[in-house]
Design a protein around this ligand. Sequence first.
Ligand code: GRF
Length: 226
Amino acid sequence: MLKIGILISGRGSNMQALIDAARQKDFPAQIACVIANDPDAKGLERAQAANIPTSVINHKDFGKDRQKFEQVLDAKLVEAGVQLVCLAGFMRLLTPWFVDRWRDRLINIHPSLLPAFPGLHTHQAAIDYGVKFAGCTVHFVRAEMDHGPIIIQAAVPVLSDDTADALAARILEAEHKIYPQAVRLIAENRVNVMDERVFITNAGAPPQIAYNPADGSPLAKSAAAQ
Ligand code: GRF
């Protein structure tokens, strides 16, 4: 059983997806602890309801001393026997010290098809750009924000009348699938990082092409008729 630690700052729906997955008998990972940097993080209650040990390490207690905050965080993770750290809506940038210490044992989920639209307000940015597909990415963390070897991505269509909230909800559904899936792959030792690319042993074949607008458009029909 791989022991995972989850870091949150907010509502914790991805954390909940991991909790739900870990309840399944055949899931090869267990949640050793949930740590929030914000005492008001709603996810804390959800973790407590699932009987998972929680702690708050409030970054505000450390002023500008990021390293001290991270040392305490690191000590807590080590104490809980954590082997893989999952960032799940964790809103603190981590320093190279922490990122290197947990290299290839620290993953994040981001609601875009990276490297497109890193950072905040990513759903609105995708709508404003006019991309026809958006999605989400689980990746190993590197010092640069929303950057690092990609483990899994899921694509969802962007609809012409989408609001940021509507798109976020569609993407979130996919997030809740791929985050547990990524943890499972890592726990099964099927994820290898080589030259900053991820290779997965026995990865299933994905659908070949998705169209937006759909393949049934007049253009596709007339091409098929020729
Ligand atoms: C998710 O969209 C995640 O991709 C991003 O922050 C959001 C956190 O949501 N990193 P939740 O706290 O997991 O519900």
